[in-house]
Design a protein around this ligand. Structure first.
Ligand code: NAD
Length: 351
């Protein structure tokens, strides 16, 4: 496996391969940058096609975490981890404790929390063996708990900013929003949007999750391979990455892409493709920063829930600033965000 040659390597500081034969643990921890603080980002549990695919995913995700944490103004560098779901994976406490041991050996260089396939309960198991974990049950007066409702709240505020900028609308009331993936983030996003009067169209490979969104929020279900081409005011990708690409962009029937999934663009050039098609793209790592803002507040113990919500609501104006800079400069929004994030990292957070 040519780690340094992987296109996603992007100057990572450290990549740790974790293996424990007894529990079957196979995990990779990627530390992209510790320039602004401990490398922080969730752990993803996923059945990858190959170890190379897992490595590529974790490298891309941890790089994006550096940018996400910088743009959210956090004292965190960027990192991410994947646990590879092998065919005989059984997710025992012993496996997660072993994994926690690997995190602990890094002495705080990496801080984990929930991502796809994780839960508060698993974080509690991890916390038995390391203190470098967040997303634990909230203590009274402090931030904490499952970060995904906070992520969804930030996305909701980001969608409001996008419809104000692109459509001149001051609310999502009456607008149609297509949501790809109604897991933790997509589900809570449905709730915020439905409460604000939006009409929802949803798809998920998990039928029970689709049913839940339809039953609770009156959403309309469509097939998994049709969601991105739905006629909608906003497309919100909330499943896995790379669904916005050279093939899907010509089929989009929306003028706004704003959702929670990490790495929505398959390549950076897809940002240019969206821009050329007149589609406003809310850079993923800016709009989905609510969860890590919550994690940071929990880890540093510097905010209660109200203050966390206030910090997350700043995602709206932050996106508006990116949209305006993109319009003035003629650059795609993803390029504008990348430039801003790199500047913050290079200045050690002073920018
Ligand atoms: P999740 O596993 O709870 O939900 C993902 C959902 O997507 C699942 O219901 C899954 O069945 C569905 N899905 C997978 N492939 C699909 C496909 N091809 N079409 C339609 N649905 C599909 O995970 P989550 O925590 O909700 O995370 C969703 C996305 O948001 C991920 O990209 C994650 O990295 C990102 N994200 C999550 C958080 C968080 O706080 N959980 C924070 C930032 C970013």
């Amino acid at each position: 496996m040519a780690v340094f040659e992987d296109s996603a390597f992007a100057d990572h500081e450290r990549v740790i391969f974790c293996r424990d034969a007894q529990t079957g643990l196979k995990a990779i921890i990627a530390i992209h940058s510790t320039a602004l603080g401990p490398a922080a980002g969730g752990t993803r549990l996923w059945a990858y096609e190959s170890d190379d695919a897992a490595l590529h995913d974790v490298l891309r995700l941890s790089h994006a975490m550096s940018y996400k944490n910088a743009m959210a103004g956090l004292k965190f560098g960027g990192g991410k981890a994947v646990i590879i779901k092998t065919p005989d994976f059984d997710g025992t406490d012993a496996l997660y404790e072993k994994y926690a041991g690997f995190i602990d050996q890094l002495n705080g260089a990496y801080v984990t929390a929930e991502d796809v396939g994780m839960s508060v309960e698993i974080m509690q198991t991890i916390a038995r063996k390391t203190k470098y974990v967040s997303g634990l049950p909230a203590k009274a007066g402090h931030a904490g708990g499952d970060p995904s409702p906070k992520t969804s709240y930030g996305i909701f505020r980001g969608i409001e900013a996008a419809v104000a900028f692109q459509l001149g609308r001051d609310s999502v009331d009456g607008l149609t929003i297509a949501i790809q993936g109604v897991g933790n983030v997509g589900y809570h996003l449905c709730r915020f949007l439905a409460e604000a009067g939006a009409k929802l169209v949803v798809a998920d490979i998990d039928e029970a999750r689709v049913k839940r969104a339809c039953d609770e929020f009156g959403a309309t279900a469509v097939a998994v391979d049709e969601i991105v081409m739905q006629k909608a005011d906003v497309l919100a990708p909330c499943a896995l990455g790379a669904t916005i690409n050279a093939q899907s962009i010509p089929a989009l029937q929306t003028t706004i892409v704003a959702g929670g999934a990490n790495n929505q663009l398959e390549t950076p050039e897809d940002g240019q493709r969206l821009s050329a098609a007149g589609i406003l793209y809310a850079p993923d790592y800016v709009i989905n920063g609510g969860g890590i803002i919550n994690v940071a507040s929990e880890f540093y113990g510097d905010a209660d829930d109200d203050e966390v919500m206030r910090r997350i609501a700043e995602i709206g104006p932050r996106l508006t600033g990116i949209f305006e800079t993109a319009r003035q400069s003629g650059k795609p929004t993803n390029v504008v965000a990348d430039e801003m994030a790199r500047k913050i990292i290079e200045s050690g957070g002073q920018n």
